[in-house]
Ligand binder design. Structure first.
Ligand SMILES: [Zn+2]
Length: 395
């Protein structure tokens, strides 16, 4: 093994010290030395550098254990701002965030009916606006994009909805903005966002299942995103969960995506509205053709038994897909994200029930399924986490 150079050792030590200040809320130099195993002299010299970079500040005095009270240090949350973009929906959304993942400025641009070069120009418009609006210089851009992404090369290999093929997105953005840029699949970014800023951020392993127009999952194992050798790990949307049912865009039949995506739910709701003129949906939507997931949600919340049935059915199919994740990965935290999360407890109960039916009981008992607390911002926060992980080594 090659010996670390002095520069590498210095950088490594600096990261250790910064991370212990960032994680510790308020901490003294002596406590940092204790927790990192570095000498007090090394810690003090690194702290000088970190304060010089504006990343750390002195916040007051701690309690004395007899001698002089120690000076406490804390991280400056606003020292750096990063950008996170979510390109998975029909509206491109983005935000700038501070070092705690708190959103500072937001922007969005509709992208419906545009693809290829036009969609790319919408990405530029979104970034331009966020850069203009940000009051603190932005130090990096993270992107969560739909489709198969090579995060190492920063290339969108295939994104069907956006009609992007082998698009060197990272290179394009880095050349244009002269900022470090990182790209991942939207579900994989969501998983990193949940791992970094979600409610159970002590766990080292989790899977986020994101259900919207499509279905996919992202997997964090041992504290890092698991991409798979072809970077497509977690593509559960095309697991076959029903025999010989509806044909999917991928050519198979009975894929999870054809049974439980919001598109699948809307399709079933439209059929109900067409067949039953008295259905609740016909009271809230102008015609069955224009029914949206928001209409379905409204009918569901009003107690429409047909909508309850559709959601329970979708939940069962999702539970079947998740049973595969649990069996293969033995992951104990499965987090639901995407627009389907708004169906709450009814959906969760259906998912859990099916998970128990289809898994070894001891593994199912150990598995917690819950809805992400990050809501609609999960991909934005995850995309920003990609930058935090690579630039600040905080993830
Ligand atoms: Zn399919």
């Amino acid at each position: 093994m090659q010996k670390a150079t002095r520069q590498q050792t210095k950088e490594h030590n600096s990261r250790l010290v910064y991370k212990s200040i960032y994680d510790g809320a308020e901490i003294s130099r002596a406590d940092i030395a204790r927790s990192t195993g570095l000498t007090k002299t090394t810690v003090s010299s690194i702290v000088v550098d970190l304060m010089g970079e504006g990343l750390v500040e002195e916040s007051g005095y701690g309690t004395s254990d007899g001698g002089k009270p120690p000076i406490l240090l804390r991280a400056v949350d606003e020292a750096r701002h990063y950008m996170g973009l979510d390109l998975a929906g029909s509206i491109f959304r983005g935000a700038t965030l501070n070092l705690r993942g708190e959103i500072k400025k937001r922007a969005h641009k509709p992208v419906e009916n545009s693809d290829g070069e036009t969609a790319l120009s919408v990405v530029y418009e979104l970034i331009d606006q966020l850069l203009t609006d940000s009051e603190v210089p932005v130090r990096g851009i993270g992107v969560g994009a739909p489709g198969l992404i090579n995060p190492v090369q920063g290339v969108v290999r295939r994104s069907v909805n956006l009609d992007w093929r082998d698009l060197h997105l990272r290179e394009l953005l880095e050349d244009r903005y002269n900022l470090p840029c990182y790209i991942a699949n939207d579900c994989q970014a969501a998983a990193l966002g949940e791992y970094t800023f979600g409610e159970n951020n002590q766990t080292t392993d989790l899977a986020v299942v994101k259900v919207g127009r499509g279905i996919g999952s992202g997997i964090v194992m041992n504290g890092a995103l698991f991409f798979g050798q072809g970077y497509g790990a977690g593509e559960i949307g095309h697991l076959v969960v029903v025999d010989g049912d509806e044909i999917c865009a991928c050519g198979n039949r009975g894929c999870l995506e054809t049974m439980a995506s919001t598109q699948a739910i809307i399709k079933q709701a439209k059929e109900i509205a067409l067949n039953d003129p008295k259905s609740y949906l016909n009271q809230i939507a102008a015609s069955p053709e224009v029914i949206t997931i928001i209409d379905v949600l409204e009918a569901f919340r009003a107690g429409d038994p047909n909508m309850q049935k559709i959601i329970i059915e979708a939940g069962r199919h999702l539970g079947a897909g998740m049973a595969s994740l649990v069996s293969v990965l033995n992951v104990r935290h499965i987090v639901i994200a995407g627009s389907i999360a708004r169906f709450g407890e009814t959906l969760l109960e259906a998912i859990k029930g099916e998970l128990v039916n289809r898994s070894m009981s001891i593994m199912a008992e150990d598995t917690e399924v819950y809805i992400s607390s990050l809501g609609q911002d999960i991909v934005i926060k995850g995309a920003a986490s990609l930058v935090l992980a690579n630039e600040m080594h905080l993830v």
